[in-house]
Design a binder for this molecule. Structure first.
Ligand SMILES: [Zn+2]
Length: 200
């Protein structure tokens, strides 16, 4: 596979520990960039220089890295039931894998990549609804308590529930009722959902 590091001068004279840490940061950066992560997200995750990362992005994708604002939070990012469904799939995988609690308020970027790759393997690949940048926003919001994983008593599914969202309740029940199936709503109007916190 194309490795942009081949055109980056190697740093010599560092201790083996520093070289190993740098190698790991570079591997993580390349994984994130290959999935289309924004340079700002990769810089946050690895601490590598923005101009180096922007050069790698250009080499991998053949175009300049995108600029402009990212969605502010998961609530503004998830606007349809289908988007909520894909976000839920990633959120459930991520909360099952992450090690965030061990490192305070930080997201674990390796777990983010692993969870995102598992998400892709379960969906239709890179064209699926959730970009890795959106996955990062979800992980951040789960960490910060701005989104949670809720449980639907009607269909027994876990789903993502951003704290500020126009979408209330379970995406599976909402999509199912749209196709003419049984509505998942219970006599309490669907408010019986239980929140499973994704952070300790
Ligand atoms: Zn449901």
């Amino acid at each position: 596979m194309n490795d942009p590091r081949n055109s980056t001068p190697h740093v010599r004279g560092c201790s083996p520990e520093i070289q190993f840490a740098r190698h790991q940061a570079e591997e993580l950066a390349l994984s994130l960039l290959r999935h289309g992560a924004r340079v700002g997200v990769v810089h946050w995750a690895t601490g590598l220089k923005v101009d180096v990362l922007a050069g790698w992005y250009r080499q991998i994708h053949g175009r300049a890295p995108p600029r402009g604002p990212m969605p502010e939070n998961s609530g503004s990012m998830i606007r349809t039931r289908t988007e909520q469904l894909y976000a839920s799939l990633f959120g459930v995988i991520y909360t099952g894998h992450h090690k965030d609690s061990a490192s305070g308020r930080m997201i674990d970027p390796e777990s983010l990549v692993r969870a995102y790759e598992m998400y892709l393997s379960l969906t239709d690949g890179p064209a699926a609804a959730l970009s890795i940048n959106n996955a990062w926003i979800l992980a951040r919001d789960l960490r910060a308590g701005l989104a949670s994983i809720a449980w639907c008593p009607a269909c027994q599914a876990h789903y993502i529930a951003p704290s500020e969202s126009i979408l209330m309740g379970c995406p599976l029940c909402a999509l199912y009722s749209r196709t003419g199936g049984r509505s998942g709503r219970r006599p309490d109007g669907g408010r019986g959902e239980r929140t499973v916190t994704a952070h300790p």
